[in-house]
Design a binder for this molecule. Structure first.
Ligand SMILES: NC(=O)C1=CN([C@@H]2O[C@H](COP(=O)(O)OP(=O)(O)OC[C@H]3O[C@@H](n4cnc5c(N)ncnc54)[C@H](OP(=O)(O)O)[C@@H]3O)[C@@H](O)[C@H]2O)C=CC1
Ligand SMILES: CC(=O)[C@@H](O)[C@H](O)COP(=O)(O)O
Ligand SMILES: [Mn+2]
Length: 390
């Protein structure tokens, strides 16, 4: 039996790399459904190449264009539209596996729909977990869903953990961070950086939002929170280590002094292939690590004075309640404003910090209540962005 796969966020960086891995193994995997937001032309190409049974776009007008295009090409892909369509496909009874690769809190509802339907969920959309935290993990336990991390660091830790889990002799988790494109910039230089510079990650080719997060180190902050939830580890047991080469993807330190690391070239097709095939292994297409050509592996501590986002994320996780949802909402608005040219780079941590200071972050009993806090935090962050100007 082939594994039937739904890809949420198919047109993005993770989505496209997932389709690349899937195409290498037609005997094992088939695409059941593909979703995106507005980029209907790219989704059309993907539907024609994979023969997807369903496609969905949140944008109704883009969905109509996709429908017309596919019809005239003789395709049998059924096209759905609107926000709820994504969740309907995520929970569809005929799909086995859902790759959660939407960017941002927009992924909360579709990803949770897949979890609640008990799917095998391959999680790239870290924001969904950062926003809903305990509710997300409760849903995994209640539904019996299989949750496999795609984020390279968490996939590395997943591979290095003992089968019995984190309580079997694990001392600490070590999350590696590249340090981003501005690792060596002074505080003065950081004030002047542009969106074009920020999206040029030194090692990875990723979408614009996560690339900016890597540049501020908020990506590592979100990943810190993600690791606490995924592996049920308290904040005090997780360290962040800057490793500019992105070859060691993360590590697990054991009570006997052993440290297990997962290594590889920086290519997301490795964790994607790992998630798709686990507990087996399949070819990913990634270039192999050539130790004879490695110039060196360096490690240093992160600088939270120049990059305050990492400390803000750690503090939000320690605060608890919906503080991490507030952090994420403010960050999404600030990053969008930075990319649009209406906020300076150092405005990102400033807006996140001020939003966290002013926005209430109570414990919420359900996802709708969390999303209400998310909305309030966005409104506040947008006011702060306007006040700061650029
Ligand atoms: N890229 C990478 O290497 C890594 C990414 N991740 C995580 O994976 C997720 C995806 O990242 P990445 O692939 O880089 O992002 P991209 O920006 O490249 O792609 C985002 C995808 O989400 C879709 N999308 C955007 N907004 C919405 C919305 N409101 N509703 C539904 N779909 C939407 C986009 O559709 P459209 O094209 O139509 O806009 C696109 O398919 C993020 O959470 C990121 O942090 C984690 C590790 C590595
Ligand atoms: C590929 C991946 O998982 C990204 O999250 C990547 O790790 C970003 O790199 P840094 O945030 O360490 O710069
Ligand atoms: Mn990562």
């Amino acid at each position: 039996m082939t594994q039937r796969i739904t890809v949420l966020g198919a047109t993005g960086s993770i989505g496209q790399q997932t389709l690349d891995v899937v195409a290498r193994h037609p005997d094992r995997y088939e695409i059941f459904a593909l979703t995106a937001s507005t980029r209907w032309e790219r989704l059309a190409e993907q539907c024609l190449a994979t023969g997807a049974r369903y496609a969905a776009l949140t944008d109704e007008a883009a969905a109509e264009k996709l429908r017309n295009h596919l019809r005239s090409a003789g395709s049998e892909t059924e096209v759905l539209a609107g926000d709820t369509a994504l969740a309907r496909l995520a929970e569809h009874e005929q799909a086995d596996t859902v790759v959660a690769a939407i960017v941002g809190a927009a992924g909360v509802h579709p990803t949770l729909a897949a979890v609640k339907a008990g799917k095998r969920v391959l999680l790239a959309n870290k924001e969904a977990l950062v926003v809903t935290g305990a509710l997300f993990m409760d849903a995994v336990r209640d539904s019996g869903a299989t949750l496999l991390p795609l984020d390279s660091e968490h996939n590395a830790i997943f591979q290095c953990l003992p089968p019995e889990g984190v309580n079997a002799g694990v001392e600490r988790l070590l999350l590696t961070a590249s340090g981003g494109p501005f690792r060596e910039f002074s505080a003065e230089q950081l004030k002047q950086v542009t969106p074009a510079q920020a999206v040029k990650h030194p090692n990875w080719d990723m979408g614009p939002k996560i690339s900016v997060d890597s540049a501020t180190l908020m990506n590592k902050g979100l990943e810190f929170i993600e690791a606490c939830w995924l592996f049920d580890v308290p904040p005090a047991k997780i360290d962040v280590v800057v490793h500019p080469q992105s070859v060691v993807h993360s590590m697990v330190a054991y009570q006997d002094g052993s440290v297990l690391a997962q290594m590889g070239t920086p290519d997301m097709r490795t964790p994607i292939a790992c998630g798709l095939s686990w507990p087996e292994r399949v070819e990913s297409g990634a270039q192999r690590l050539d130790f004879s050509r490695l110039a060196g592996l360096n490690f240093e501590l992160p600088d939270t004075t120049r990059f305050p986002c990492l400390a803000l994320a750690r503090a939000a996780m320690e605060t608890g309640g919906t503080a991490t949802a507030v952090l994420n909402a403010a960050n999404e608005e600030a990053v969008a404003a930075f990319l649009a040219g209406s906020l300076d780079f150092m405005g990102i941590p400033a807006v996140v910090e001020q939003t966290l200071a002013k926005q209430q972050a109570p414990v919420c009993a359900d996802v709708e209540a969390v999303m209400n806090i998310d909305r309030q935090a966005r409104e506040l962050a947008c006011r702060l962005i306007k006040e700061r100007g650029c």
